[in-house]
Design a protein around this ligand. Structure first.
Ligand code: SF4
Ligand code: SF4
Length: 457
């Protein structure tokens, strides 16, 4: 119902035919620039001919020894699972919860109750086979208002019981003007704050995003998913789309706002060339525009949020801040409250004491724990004044993402909407390394999640 490609389809602007050779050629080109994994998105890629799917996964595996796919697993077959095992595929599952929470993700002609039963069976089958599996759940009125949210929480606990303790909880956006399923910014703020607390306190080693992003961002560790970073919306590294005829596009969310598919012109394929940075103008302007005019002027979370997702901006105009600004703000404020409640002396990226060598949260060079560090104080303290001899005041050089890593598939060095998302599915342990939640065991091994990574449905 809410797929952000719907507007493009409604306007009949994507009637291209499949040119598999051209697709494989462009995949190889992008792989050489961006690195693994090759990630198959749709629509629903499970609707593709299985031979076509195998050729794309085989190419991805040949290039990067692992692959990813984002699916609605109600129609998954044993043949699909065999492919995923063969090509080391991380399977991101787009599921909005059990029936009736899943009503916004309808399947024409199929009972939503049956859709959920099929999803559940296939999730369990994949877990049983050890297939790396993650979840992107889209929050809407059907699953997130206070009453259905109780069932949503039970479902998150059930997912934990089958080894899935993270993924993405992304807001639905009314792109197509044909439904009343999207939450208001106030409803979204209430839900995200509640779910942040629920996942942090009720789920062991929770990897649910965007909540995990919030803590890393406030501590100046990393920017997080692309929605919290300066996304170059017309050729977003996070979403380097290859279309079915082999042509390219940037993030579909931007195109979805006005029903166009914008190509990644060959000239704009070099993400690191400053002369191609026209797409960054949003981030020069937003901090100068008043809040009442759609800007972010004076927002204390600017470094953490940078205006939010360009593809889900107010009035569907990427020049504005994100429609769900209020929810981003509430989330960051709650993260700040929790960190300060436990460690009043922690220095956060929003703190006047923090120093930076750039304009984003991840550019923080102050050690957030400096007052709690024995290398700095003889008797450090989490709250109150440290005592004893004052030693060196440590600054932490936040590791800059190398250009090589920047081409590893995440948005401007930041992992993607389902990117640095701790993918339930992933297990890359190093901070900032290809986007996984640090040190958390990922059910699905070292798979870099991209999918999840995209924040996409
Ligand atoms: S929280 Fe809102 S005002 Fe602040 S940076 Fe984000 S979008 Fe802009
Ligand atoms: S989803 Fe990510 S890449 Fe796409 S417009 Fe939003 S922030 Fe940019």
């Amino acid at each position: 119902m809410y797929c952000y490609e719907k507007v493009i389809r409604q306007k009949g602007r994507d009637k291209r035919k499949l040119d598999l050779d051209a697709v494989l050629k462009q995949i190889e080109y992008d792989f050489n620039k961006l690195g693994p994994p090759v990630y198959v998105h749709g629509g629903d890629p499970l609707l593709a001919d299985i031979d076509v799917l195998e050729k794309i996964l085989a190419k991805g595996y040949e290039l990067g020894e692992r692959t990813g796919i984002q699916v609605y697993p109600h129609n998954l077959t044993d043949e699909h699972i065999k492919l995923f095992e063969k090509y080391s595929t991380h399977v991101g599952c787009s599921i909005d919860g059990p029936y009736p929470l899943n009503k916004a993700r309808n399947v024409p002609g199929k009972d939503p109750k049956q859709v959920w039963e099929d999803c559940k069976r296939n999730l369990l089958k994949m877990r049983d086979k050890g297939v790396s599996t993650g979840i992107i759940c889209i929050l809407s009125k059907y699953n997130t208002l206070p009453e259905p949210r109780k069932k949503l929480k039970d479902w998150l606990l059930w997912l934990e019981s089958i080894g899935i303790s993270g993924g993405r909880l992304n807001p639905a956006v009314n792109f197509a003007d044909d439904g009343n399923y999207a939450l208001t910014p106030d409803e979204m703020a209430d839900a995200w704050v509640d779910l942040l607390n629920f996942t942090v306190f009720e789920i062991e080693k929770s990897g649910w995003k965007p909540f995990r992003d919030v803590f890393d961002s406030l501590l100046g560790n990393k920017q997080g998913t692309c929605i919290f970073d300066k996304c170059r919306y017309y050729h977003a590294r996070t979403e380097p789309v290859v279309l079915s005829d082999g042509k390219t596009a940037g993030c579909f969310k931007v195109g979805a706002m006005d029903g166009h598919i914008y190509p990644r012109y060959p000239d704009y394929q070099d993400w690191n060339d400053p002369s191609k940075r026209y797409g960054m103008i949003r981030y020069d302007i937003l901090p100068q525009v008043e809040y009442k005019d759609g800007g972010c002027k004076g927002c204390k979370f600017w470094r953490n949020c940078t205006g939010g997702c360009a593809g889900a901006a107010i009035d569907r105009d990427w020049r504005n801040r994100a429609y769900y600004c209020k929810a981003y703000y509430a989330l960051l404020e709650e993260g700040e409250r929790l960190l300060k409640a436990i460690m009043p002396n922690v220095v956060l990226a929003t703190d006047g004491r923090a120093e930076f060598d750039g304009d984003k949260a991840e550019d923080m060079i102050t050690n957030p724990f400096r007052i709690m560090d024995k290398r700095n104080y003889e008797y450090p303290a989490a709250s109150g004044s440290p005592r004893g001899e004052k030693r060196n005041q440590q600054k932490v050089r936040v590791r800059k993402v190398s250009s090589e890593e920047q081409t590893a598939g995440h948005n401007d060095g930041v992992e993607h909407l389902d990117g640095n998302t701790r993918h339930l599915d992933s297990s890359d342990p190093a901070p900032g390394s290809r986007g996984h939640t640090d040190g958390i065991e990922h059910l699905d091994g070292n798979t870099r999640h991209s999918d999840s990574d995209g924040g996409c449905a």
